[in-house]
Design a protein around this ligand. Structure first.
Ligand code: CP
Ligand code: NVA
Length: 315
């Protein structure tokens, strides 16, 4: 598999086989790191990390992943550079592309990361936009594979804000990889029709099912119950109305009981606002794998950088 030189903007751009390859590479890099082996796969590469929004996991995953393989990451926060204020995105992209070998972007508009990719001349990686969060999905899939030994055929239920970056990206990833996907949300927070149609075509191709519903009983039989914050970064003014709307969709003991399975795992991309989208007891329960997901951000982001910019065999 050769992904060298590719951007990583959304999983729409990747085939099932390419996503599986990235997961296998991440698992290999993780195993090596656990044995104390890190390499030179990104040796000497300079990597720009652009952040319009805050981050713990994504930023640290890019920094540690890059350093582990011999690269030099440089953090550029929203007040550090002129991106979109004094200088157009296209101009910033062309400047950074002359100095850096790869560029990560986290921010608001998805069009910004697309514009960076169009003009930078080096691989651009999406570290979260309002619409998509594709690196998170790789970490979630790796976690599920580690836990269940497979992805295909699992029953996955995402509950909460059905039209945010996580819901969108999970829908794309899971339907491509043969996981039965349910988006459980109030009707006013359903994903866009266009994305539902696209993911239905992925589901047909991988012989799996996509269900978008507001019926809480659809959690029954889930292998994975997944939630995310009710108001994403940049939507702070919507927090109050979202609490009213999403209260019935909280992941709590009674929702877990409705699933009716001992083996169901709880997942969350983090950060979590406990007491809202999930209760403390579920978050801290033995079936919660949220910190495995968090760790796997690093191994999977490292795999994306190595596959698109590095040399896989240079240990
Ligand atoms: N899950 C995730 O993207 O976390 P951060 O916002 O801390 O990067
Ligand atoms: N939907 C959340 C994800 C955080 C990782 C947000 O955009 O804030």
């Amino acid at each position: 598999m050769n992904l060298f030189g590719r951007h990583f903007l959304t999983l729409k751009d990747f085939t099932r086989e390419e996503i599986e390859y990235l997961l296998d590479l991440a698992a290999k890099l993780k195993e090596e790191k656990k044995k104390g082996i890190t390499g030179n796969r990104l040796k000497g590469k300079n990597i720009a990390l652009l952040f319009e929004k805050p981050s713990t996991r994504t930023r640290c995953a890019f920094v540690v992943g890059a350093r582990d393989e011999g690269a030099f990451p440089e953090y550029l926060g929203k007040d550090d550079i002129q991106l979109g204020h004094k200088e157009s995105v296209a101009d910033t992209a062309r400047v950074l592309g002359r100095m850096f070998d790869g560029i990560e972007f986290r921010g608001f508009k998805h069009s910004t990361v697309e514009e960076l990719a169009k003009f930078a001349g080096v691989p651009v990686w999406n570290g979260l936009t309002d619409e998509y969060h594709p690196t998170q999905i790789l970490a979630d899939m790796l976690t599920m594979k580690e836990h269940f030994g497979k992805l295909c055929g699992l029953e996955f239920v995402y509950v909460g804000d059905g039209r945010n970056n996580m819901a969108n990206s999970l829908m794309i990833g899971m339907t491509k990889l043969g996981v039965n996907m349910t988006v459980l949300a109030p009707k006013s927070l359903f994903p866009s029709e266009d994305l539902i149609n696209l993911c239905e075509s992925y589901a047909n191709e991988s012989d799996t099912k996509l269900l978008v519903t507001d019926d809480i009983n659809s959690v029954s039989g889930a292998d994975v119950i997944y939630t995310d914050v009710w108001a994403s970064m940049g939507e702070e003014d919507k927090a109050k109305e979202r609490i009213e709307l999403l209260k019935p969709y909280q992941v709590n003991k009674s929702l877990i009981e409705k699933i009716g399975k001992e083996s169901t795992i709880f997942m969350h991309c983090l950060p979590a606002v406990k007491g809202y989208e999930v209760t403390e007891d579920v978050f801290e329960s033995a079936n919660s794998v949220v910190f495995d997901e968090a760790e796997n951000r690093m191994h999977t982001i490292k795999a994306v950088m190595v596959a698109t910019l590095g040399k896989e065999d240079d240990r």
